[in-house]
Design a protein around this ligand. Structure first.
Ligand code: NAD
Length: 255
């Protein structure tokens, strides 16, 4: 019996991952800072016959993250998979960034991932059964994107953390990997599209269309496209993979 915690699981990519892992047979502890959305996804999983519990909370709060793992263990007996998916984006040039912008971006996308790594590792080591830690990076973690410089820096950071954690946790049978989506049709890209519009002078939807020209496969990515990779990273077929930040983007950034 395997239990997965999915942060930012209330919508978008996190929701698709939570639903997919549940249908793969994992019990899923659904986290989000927006409790109502996490509860809705928990209910969706239960209605489909899966096992789920809500573990709401803010990933920037270390104690809250350790509490989420505790609650998941209380509900299902273990934590075997941690998906540190929660993240935020903001479009701004580096010249415009304030200390608050930079701080917030790192608090969620880097600090949040570290707290998830720590809480999951402690639990998995105590269980003695190994585990899988999976984090959200991005194509912006492989190539620095203009007007998304601080976002890109956090995602390069996730790749570094993934590599270091893979080495530190291998002796405990824990693998650590990341997924790097491209342009996924979620609320995050709605925000990016809107904020980019201010720079490009484009109307709603136009910036996303322009950026989508870069996609080799010729269509925008769905959250389910990402969830398929995470299903693999959470399952036994990826047992020999660690330290990798795998791009799944329809062929925008080829590494
Ligand atoms: P989204 O904004 O649609 O959803 C993110 C979810 O995380 C929301 O439900 C939000 O409430 C939650 N969240 C935000 N801050 C949180 C916090 N502090 N604690 C707990 N939950 C929090 O985003 P998405 O598009 O689904 O992206 C998910 C992840 O994938 C992010 O890490 C993002 O950077 C990454 N990603 C997204 C894309 C894309 O094109 N959408 C591309 C590459 C990488």
């Amino acid at each position: 019996m395997s239990t997965a915690v999915v942060t930012g699981g209330g919508r978008g990519i996190g929701r698709a991952i939570a639903l997919r892992l549940a249908s793969d047979g994992h019990a899923v502890a659904v986290n989000d800072v927006d409790k109502a959305t996490a509860e809705a996804v928990t209910a969706e999983i239960a209605e489909a016959g899966g096992r789920a519990a809500t573990v709401a909370g803010d990933v920037t709060d270390r104690d809250a993250v350790f509490g989420m793992v505790e609650s998941a263990v209380a509900a299902f007996g273990s934590v075997d998979v941690m998906v540190a998916n929660a993240g935020i984006a903001q479009v701004k040039t580096l010249r415009e960034l304030t200390a608050a912008d930079l701080q917030r971006m790192f608090e969620v996308n880097v600090f949040g991932v570290v707290w998830c790594l720590q809480a999951a590792a402690e639990q998995m080591i105590a269980q003695g059964t190994g585990g899988k830690i999976i984090s959200a990076a991005s194509i912006a973690g492989h190539s620095g994107f203009d007007r998304l410089g601080h976002y890109s820096a956090t995602k390069f950071g996730v790749r570094a953390l993934t590599q270091a954690a893979a080495k530190e946790l291998a002796p405990h049978g824990i693998t650590v990997n990341a997924y790097c989506p491209g342009i996924v049709d979620t609320a995050m890209w709605e925000l990016i599209d809107d904020q980019l519009g201010g720079y490009l002078g484009t109307a709603k939807g136009e910036a996303m269309k322009q950026y989508s020209q870069l996609i080799t496969l010729g269509r925008v990515q769905t959250p389910e496209d990402v969830a398929g990779l995470v299903s693999y990273l959470a399952g036994p077929d990826s047992n020999y993979m660690t330290g990798q930040s795998v791009v799944i983007d329809g062929g925008i950034v080829m590494v």
